[in-house]
Design a protein around this ligand. Structure first.
Ligand code: GAR
Length: 208
């Protein structure tokens, strides 16, 4: 069984999707053993506690910079013996000390079709505001491995939704979460835990 550590910062609906998938037996070969939050007030922590999952708060604001914060995260991941780290609405970019220690072992969900509307500054509702401002007709979400560049690691799964002319950022966000994120994130986590993702030339391929 692989140890899955989930990192969160906010509401935790993606964490909930992972917990629900685990309860249904859909995460094969892995188990969520710890949830780490970058904020003490994240509702995601309540979801973890309710599911009986161990929680750790590493508050970003208590560290002077990204490097010292990332060092604390790395120490905790090592202590938890993480086989897979899942960034599920985790709003802090991790320094390369973490990404280098866990190559192709950190998965992130981003609420857009990478390489659009991604990178530094694109997170949460800001992503959907940018997509609507541009006028794209489809959007979606991407599950990808994390490397030292923001939102630039190998893509594992992507899914799309239609953008409607009267969408608000909140409505588009909800459609993408319900139709794509909450389905593809647990699926990618299970594929990883089943050793069904292969990396070739820096790209990820799902074994069928
Ligand atoms: C999700 O839409 C997730 O894709 C996004 O924030 C939301 C978190 O919701 N993540 C990012 O923007 C990371 N760059 P949740 O806390 O309810 O899972």
């Amino acid at each position: 069984m692989k140890n899955i550590v989930v990192m969160v910062s906010g509401g935790g609906t993606n964490l909930q999707a992972l917990i629900d998938a685990q309860t249904r037996g859909e995460i094969k070969g892995g188990q969520i053993t710890c949830v780490i939050s970058s904020r003490a007030d994240a509702y995601a922590l309540e979801r973890a506690k309710k599911a009986g999952i161990n929680t750790v708060v590493l508050a970003r604001k208590e560290y002077p910079d990204s490097k010292t914060y990332s060092e604390a995260v790395l120490e905790e991941l090592n202590r938890q013996k993480a086989d897979l780290v899942v960034l599920a609405g985790f709003m802090t970019i991790l320094d390369e000390c973490v990404t280098k220690a866990y190559p192709y072992k950190i998965i992130n969900v981003h609420p857009a079709l990478i390489p659009s509307f991604c990178g530094e500054g694109y997170y949460g509702l800001k992503v959907h505001e940018a997509a609507l401002a541009y006028g794209v007709k489809v959007s979606g979400a991407t599950v990808h491995f994390v490397n030292e560049k923001a939102d630039a690691g190998a893509i594992i799964l992507q899914g799309t939704v239609e953008v409607k002319s009267d969408d608000t950022p909140e409505i588009l966000q909800r459609r993408i979460m319900e139709n794509v994120e909450w389905k593809l994130l647990p699926k990618a986590v299970s594929l990883f835990c089943e050793d069904r993702i292969t990396i070739r030339d820096g790209k990820a391929y799902v074994d069928v």
